[in-house]
Ligand binder design. Structure first.
Ligand SMILES: [Fe+2]
Length: 270
């Protein structure tokens, strides 16, 4: 089974709201979709770990849907801090089995789906108007129940990383609440859990709560290395890499980067 992990497309119908987002971010998303569909072995699902839109308007999500429309496999999306729940549910509710808005008072867009022998679980860490993320008790209770049983590999989607990134600027805006309990739930799960995150705009892997964890990077703007306790990392102009997760029925698991060359941007400080 092949799972494509993308993140932080930051698509907007008008000029982007977020300063470093490249003006041609929708075209970058189109490039990735075309590249993905041209692969000789296409993934069984495409998972996008948040900030799919930059401003979160109805027009933004309408454009996102049109850009992603050529993808022939299931596409699943969780919200990031630049998304908005209402328009996102409207745009993707027919594709992603989000929990009913009546099930929890916050109306969070969490879900569970099954694809090619894997369980895909999405969590919603969005706090409207805030950069940092939170997992509420209701979702953690729901997740604990879902992960208590079953042996099929789990791909757990969450925009805000619960693990340190190595940069204090980013760690201050990562998952601020629910992190410890999430780690306990993941660690107690009888099945392997692959945690897929976004938010940091730098693709990397780590080990967390006894399992594999990844950050999906972003084709809209990318940070370079910045292992610093104070400053934001530098913006870089570089090829974009997304992850192809290969889970086999014999239990083996491997992660392959898929590098896509993007047109150079000329608006970064030199
Ligand atoms: Fe982002």
């Amino acid at each position: 089974m092949l799972i494509a992990h993308l993140s932080d497309l930051h698509i907007s119908a008008g000029p982007p709201e977020t300063a470093p987002v490249r003006r041609d971010a929708p075209d970058m998303a189109r490039l990735i979709v075309a590249d993905l569909m041209a692969l000789p072995q296409r993934p069984d699902a495409v998972l996008i770990t948040g900030d799919v839109a930059d401003g979160g308007s109805v027009a933004d999500y309408d454009l996102v849907r049109r850009i992603l429309a050529p993808l022939s496999m299931p596409v699943m999306v969780v919200p990031g801090n630049h998304d908005r729940r209402g328009p996102m549910r409207e745009a993707f509710g027919g594709m992603v089995p989000y929990a009913s808005p009546d099930a929890l008072s916050a109306g969070t867009l969490h879900f569970e789906a099954h694809v090619a022998g894997a369980r895909i679980i999405g969590l919603d860490s969005l706090v409207p108007g805030r950069v940092e993320g939170v997992l509420d008790t209701a979702q953690l209770d729901w997740l604990e129940h879902r992960l208590a049983t079953g042996t099929a590999p789990v791909f757990l989607m969450l925009h805000h990383p619960p693990f340190p990134t190595g940069n204090a600027h980013w760690d201050a805006s990562a998952l601020q609440k629910g992190r410890e309990r999430l780690g306990q739930i993941v660690q107690a799960c009888p099945a392997p859990v692959r945690l897929l995150c976004g938010h940091v705009h730098q693709a990397f892997h780590t080990q967390w709560a006894g399992g594999y964890a990844a950050v999906g990077g972003s084709p809209a703007f990318q940070y370079g290395f910045g292992f610093d306790e104070r400053a934001e990392p530098p913006l870089i102009d570089a090829p974009y890499a997304w992850w192809m997760h290969h889970q086999r029925t014999n239990g083996s698991f491997a992660v392959h980067p898929r590098v896509v060359t993007l047109p150079s941007r000329n608006d970064l400080p030199r």
